[in-house]
Design a protein around this ligand. Structure first.
Ligand code: SIN
Ligand code: FE2
Length: 203
């Protein structure tokens, strides 16, 4: 386990292949109930390159009109998000060091040409609980900085089975995904990368 800076931890290969396959199977079930959709930037309505869905009591959504928020139902189907699998709750309990359970698991799917710009996760009322992020499928170049958008950043590769925790002073660190490396994992039949982010929303 490497301690990067300010409570940011990278746990390379934390999940073995069997655990990764189990998560992919669970995600397939979730996506069947709560389909991936293309999120829009607030205001401009510009589509993001990742597709998203959620599981857990709350899900993170965005659209042109109402912007970033948490809500209890899928914006397309209007049905409650599927339950958060025990496997994810267990990981949180082992790694987050936080007594309350996560309320949201954002599921991001990156095709091999998708990326995510530098941003902070700050739509949560609870900014003390860490963010716990799981990588599955193709590797990516993950970029992380400090609390200032214009400040210095560093980047490192995240591979399938890796976990990243943004906690402590690193909870509000700017982060993003510069690129996906096609063909670097056999986990997902059609390539791409999945990222799961577990979050506590309400304090
Ligand atoms: C995110 O910040 O929402 C995703 C990070 C990642 O894909 O690793
Ligand atoms: Fe994020």
């Amino acid at each position: 386990m490497a301690t990067l800076a300010n409570g940011i931890r990278h746990l390379p290969g934390y999940l073995d292949r069997a655990a990764q396959e189990r998560l992919v199977e669970l995600i397939r079930g979730i996506v069947a109930e709560a389909p991936l959709y293309v999120p829009e930037m607030p205001g401009t309505g510009k589509p993001m390159s990742v597709r998203m869905t959620n599981c857990g009591p709350l899900g993170w959504v965005t659209d042109r009109e109402k912007g970033y928020r948490y809500q209890s139902f899928h914006p397309g189907t209007k049905k409650p998000w599927p339950a958060m699998p025990e496997e994810l709750l267990d990981l949180w309990q082992k790694l987050a060091g936080y007594s309350k359970p996560p309320e949201a698991c954002l599921i991001n799917f990156y095709s091999d040409d998708a990326k995510m710009g530098l941003h902070q996760d700050r739509d949560e009322a609870d900014l003390v609980a860490p963010l716990l992020s799981i990588s599955l499928g193709n590797s990516c170049l993950f970029r992380v900085g400090g609390l200032d958008r214009k400040g210095p950043t560093g980047s490192f590769r995240l591979s399938s089975g890796d976990i990243v925790i943004l906690g402590g002073e690193g909870r509000l660190a700017f982060h993003g995904v510069d690129r996906i490396y096609p063909g670097t994992s056999t986990l997902l039949r059609n390539g791409g990368r999945i990222n799961l982010t577990l979050r506590r929303v309400n304090s």
